[in-house]
Write a protein that binds this ligand. Structure first.
Ligand code: CAA
Length: 261
């Protein structure tokens, strides 16, 4: 598939990398870019051999510096609602993709860019990364899930402080408050992402997919029902050849060879 605003490549077997590619505008998300992100996610979703997705931004300076202010400037309420819903559709598809999605934040992750990173399963960031929800500086509310996913990740008080002050958080603080899982030197970011993706790709694929689905869907359920779902998922994994192979390999003291079925 041809994309103009993103690049979707497969650096290794089973590992996809989606790069937002508008470096002159610091990778700002316009409507076409959001649609291309949604299309790329659908493409990855169709590939049964996909094991992990990395999401990053082109260039040295930015992951994504927000939704496209030039495009939003003339919005009235109806355009704004449609744009916000477009962003929600793309980011929800990312969140619900049944494989781990890791944001590799190489620079500014502001507004819609921070929200894109928040829709990934976790964030690995360069020591130069900066995060923030500066929408209030522009007189608007965060529109791609920032008011919802940020408090769920770092807690209500910290999130609200960032959302209403627009304060920019540097990488070390982002790590301390749990926004980011890991910091690495800028030149190590892609390789670190690939190492993690490789580790994931070496595990039982059905187990990895179901684990993500349990964590995602369980968050919207009460504990008793979520644990019941987990029991079903556990049962399902015990219907796979991979479960037989994984447990036999452990007892034989050798690495498992998983087939994804
Ligand atoms: N939208 C559109 N263009 C953007 C952009 C954005 N969010 N962020 C940067 N750009 C463009 C600039 O307009 C500039 O373009 P020109 O070269 O054509 O002038 C280019 O990218 C480089 O940016 P700067 O010259 O501003 O670079 P800088 O190093 O001086 O500053 C920055 C970097 C601090 C990230 C600054 O660009 C900035 O503050 N950007 C806006 C951040 C922001 O407010 N994001 C939130 C947007 S609202 C939103 O996201 C709503 C939502 O939740 C849906």
């Amino acid at each position: 598939m041809d994309y103009s605003n993103i690049v979707l490549d497969q650096p290794e077997a089973g590992v996809y990398c989606l790069t937002v590619n508008r470096p002159k505008a610091l990778n700002a998300l316009n409507a076409d870019t959001l649609d291309e992100i949604a299309a790329a996610i659908a493409q990855v979703r169709c590939d049964q051999a996909a094991r992990a997705l990395l999401v990053t931004g082109a260039g040295e300076k930015a992951f994504v510096a927000g939704a496209d202010i030039a495009q939003m400037q003339s919005f009235g309420p109806a355009d704004a609602q449609a744009f916000s819903e477009r962003g929600h559709r793309a980011l929800r598809a990312l969140e619900m993709l049944p494989l781990p999605v890791i944001a590799l934040v190489n620079g500014y992750a502001l507004g819609g860019g921070c929200e894109l990173a928040l829709a990934c399963d976790w964030i690995i960031a360069s020591e130069r990364a900066m995060f923030g929800q500066p929408e209030v500086n522009l007189g608007v509310v965060a529109g791609f899930g920032g008011t919802q996913r940020l408090p769920r990740l770092i807690g209500r008080a910290r999130a609200l402080e960032l959302l209403v002050t627009g304060r920019i958080v540097k990488a070390d603080e982002a790590l301390r408050i749990g926004l980011v899982n890991q910091l690495v030197a800028p030149e190590r970011l892609r390789e670190t992402g690939l190492e993690v993706a490789r580790t994931i790709a070496s595990k039982g694929p059905v187990a990895v997919r179901l684990t993500k689905q349990m964590v995602q869907r369980g968050q919207d359920m009460d504990l008793a029902n979520a644990c019941q779902q987990e029991a079903y998922a556990f049962a399902l994994t015990c219907a796979t050849e991979d479960q037989k192979e994984g447990m036999r390999a452990f007892l034989d003291k050798r690495p498992a060879k998983f087939l994804g079925r």
